[in-house]
Design a protein around this ligand. Structure first.
Ligand SMILES: Cc1cc2nc3c(=O)[nH]c(=O)nc-3n(C[C@H](O)[C@H](O)[C@H](O)COP(=O)(O)OP(=O)(O)OC[C@H]3O[C@@H](n4cnc5c(N)ncnc54)[C@H](O)[C@@H]3O)c2cc1C
Length: 309
């Protein structure tokens, strides 16, 4: 008997079995809100799980990797979370925007083609048709393809929640959003509503590279993105980000600092590789060894800097 709670061992066992059974049986409630405010209300008690395209969530819940919560909130009917539009000097991408939407979007193709490149390397057409940008971010996989591309664009995300009877919004930079594999600073009661990107300067260029043994349907072994503008042999406003080289998608800020405003020489490139190797912390897993990931990251950095295919 636990004297502090007055509960016996069998009480605890019953509670554990009930929790396991509930998770096994799936959610007890289903909600399909049509507005952001309704969705935030359904999430307010923190005992709900969001369903967007379901391409990550269904596999994770059905395999038992993550447990269901009490309520499943299907957000796909919320039209406020759809669409790509320019507002002043920024582009706002609704969290429900799919990879297919991104690939076909003229505004993104002209202003931020690096996002379209990432969408083009993403899974298969079938998955691209339902996988959302919000899901890719909230799933927080170190291998998420959109993430390095968004990081080099200094993207921010808007999180909404229901607080004291009203809708609360906070905007946070994507750099710092990820705290570990599958983990972010987003609270369980928060919904990611929109991704915001400042329109890059016209002279800025950006590029995304991803590796995998097959060209399609492949989770990256390493992915890399860079944004900068070149003035002669010098790089300015350098942003570098890598996927699958550590616990979170990584902005390589020390490497960026070394390169900023400097003349690109063979020696500088090798120094940059050296610094990058100290910034990344890849692991061995079924897809590749840590050694191979380091090798690929160094090759990709050289390619991005030389701007070579
Ligand atoms: C066959 C296959 C191939 C794949 N290939 C790739 C690939 O090449 N590259 C890649 O990056 N990924 C790949 N994935 C993973 C997956 O498709 C992406 O991560 C996708 O973007 C997830 O989006 P979704 O809308 O399906 O999210 P869901 O599965 O619905 O949700 C994912 C997680 O995010 C949460 N969530 C979703 N939207 C929100 C929101 N707006 N606010 C708060 N929480 C939210 C959910 O609760 C869940 O925890 C692949 C998956 C499969 C099955």
């Amino acid at each position: 008997m636990d004297v502090t709670t007055n509960r016996s061992g069998s009480d605890y066992r019953r509670q554990a079995v009930t929790a396991e059974l509930k998770s096994y049986l799936g959610p007890q409630e289903y909600a399909a809100p049509t507005t952001l405010a309704q969705a935030a209300e359904f999430l307010a008690d923190g005992d709900a799980i969001v369903l967007a395209g379901g391409t990550d969530l269904m596999l994770q819940t059905e395999s038992g990797q993550i447990p269901y919560r009490k309520r499943l909130v299907n957000i796909r009917r919320i039209s406020e979370m759809e669409g790509i539009a320019k507002y002043g000097d920024e582009i706002r991408i609704g969290a429900l925007t799919t990879m297919t939407d991104i690939l076909g979007d003229e505004l993104l193709g002209v202003t931020t083609p690096v996002i379209c490149q990432a969408a083009d390397h993403f899974a298969s057409s079938q998955i691209r048709n339902i996988a959302t940008i919000g899901g890719n971010i909230c799933n927080a996989s170190p291998a998420g393809d959109m993430l390095p591309a968004l990081l080099v664009l200094d993207a921010e995300v808007e999180l909404i929640s229901f607080d004291g009877g009203s809708l609360n919004r906070r905007r946070v930079p994507l750099n710092g959003f990820f705290t570990g594999p599958g983990a972010t600073i987003k609270k369980p009661a928060e919904l990611l509503s929109v991704v915001c990107i400042g329109i890059p300067e016209q002279r800025a260029t950006a590029r995304f590279i991803k590796s995998g043994p097959r060209p399609a349907l492949e989770i990256s072994i390493v992915s890399a993105a860079m944004s900068a503008f070149r003035d002669g042999h010098k790089l300015f406003h350098v942003r570098l980000a890598f996927g699958s080289v550590g616990a979170v998608p990584l902005r390589a800020t020390a490497t960026e600092m070394l390169l900023e405003g400097e003349t690109l020489t063979a020696r500088l490139i090798e120094q940059a590789v050296e610094i990058l190797m100290a910034e990344i912390n890849p692991i061995d897993d079924v897809r590749a060894t840590a050694w191979y990931r380091r090798h690929l990251a160094s090759v990709y950095l050289r390619r991005l800097l030389i701007d070579d295919d």
